[in-house]
Design a protein around this ligand. Sequence first.
Ligand code: ZN
Length: 565
Amino acid sequence: MTTFKEFDYARPDLAAFESAFKEQFVALRSAASAEAFGAAMKRVNALREDFESMANIAQIRHTMNTLDAFYEAENDFFDEAGPVMQGHVTEYYRLLVGCPFRDRLEKEWGSQVFRLAELQLKTFSPEVMEDLQAENRLGSEYVKLKAAARIMFEGQERNLAQMVPFAESRDRDTRRRAKEAVAAFYAEHDGDFGRIYHELVALRARIAGKLGFDSFIPLAYARLGRSDYDAAMVASYRAQVREAVVPVARELRARQAKRLGLPALKHYDEDIAFLSGNAAPKGDPAWILAAGKRMYEEMSPETAEFFGFMTSRELMDLETRPGKAAGGYCSYIPNEGAPFIYSNFNGTSGDVDVLTHEAGHAFQGYRSRHFELPEYHWPTLEACEIHSMSMEFFAWPWMESFFKEDAPKYRFNHLAEALMFIPYGAAVDEFQHWVYANPDASPDGRKAAWRRIEREYLPWRDYDGNAFLEDGGFWYRQGHIFEDPFYYIDYTLAQVCAFEFWGKSRADRAGAWKDYLKLCGLGGSLPFTGLLLEAGLGNPFRPGTIARTMEPIKAWLDGVDDMSL
Ligand code: ZN
């Protein structure tokens, strides 16, 4: 059995790939039967998986040790090689959607791959190549501007990440000053953030025009592979959030204020849930990992097999150490059928979240590795987060083994925070719809729109007289708005579905688990709402779904004596 460190790596020879693709394109064009076309498709996909396997191994090894010059050079190589590969895939997609045997092939491969190919083709033409590069540059400018933050606080210059612990301090004055200092950084660069976004909005409107769209909104949906829902359906979902989630979130904020001994929350109080501190794991990283292993062994035969695969093949790198890149992610190496989990354990409840959330992604990748089409290894992004967020809930009965006496505190806060996130996510989404429906608005007009929308979704939000935040500057910190337009709502859609699994698993754990397994095994072979149907989940776009999902959540939260936590 080969372990991750024994996986072979060699830099792909781009010239050889190009001639291999060209050979298959000839075969696809001249295919005289569905069988011949399908055989060439398989060879194209094998090439894609060879390339992707090497790209992902290089990326993982680079993040595992950023000081390793070899994989740094390999990582740079893939930055350049990725778009070249994208060009080949686009050509393949063109042949696929124009295939004369489409009916026959759809019977064998399903129609989702054709839908995805059609959407991808709509998002690109050589005419917009330079605009796309400009879009990337503006995104990078935003990242750099944030990364350059040097905030003088408590006698030291600090970056934005280093400000987080102060903003979550149990001492109210410390967190107030920390939040003010962070807001001051954004206020100081108001002109830059406003301009970068202004240019991005204009550029995206231009790209949409060149590609034949009325506005950027449908283009953004196509980029995200959304084939089964549109902006009007998402608007009706947000209306349900306003009706069924915002009032519950508002009550939870009032309870939070009471727990903190405050008459009402100011914006700098929102990130602290308990005066006694949040639940933290009761052991070191090795102890947490051992508890995680036991949990997956006990949870089900399927998770036991999965976690055994991950550990015996050393497909996890969890502990932080010098030279490791920040963050956490789940990757997949198609040629090995192997997911990979990467993180930086730091002794907080976030370590347990990695073992439940990222492992949920990895579990789905493992359950979907039988698919021959790379498109079906993962679904679209809103569906991807259902696997991870639901696994967080399926893991609830084992929280005592991580948090001991703090487990009730962990569970209450986990559910409350997940719920309170939904209105914010919906506000970010409504804001973006407004922005791209009004591409000629001014930077100040956008800030005013944000504040108006924020008041609807986060009616408790009190900026304590901070002029910049009162004027609508909060969203500058939300990178998705700049870099990944319209993606943010996906987290809320998935959360609602995970809530449904939470409710089902409490009423009928075996039944809920069966549905979850089915969902994970379907990978990306269906669009979002198609997956929901197969997994027995409600459609969040249908009126009434959110209210129904919220009922058991609210009842459970109401039943907890949070003052005693
Ligand atoms: Zn995730």
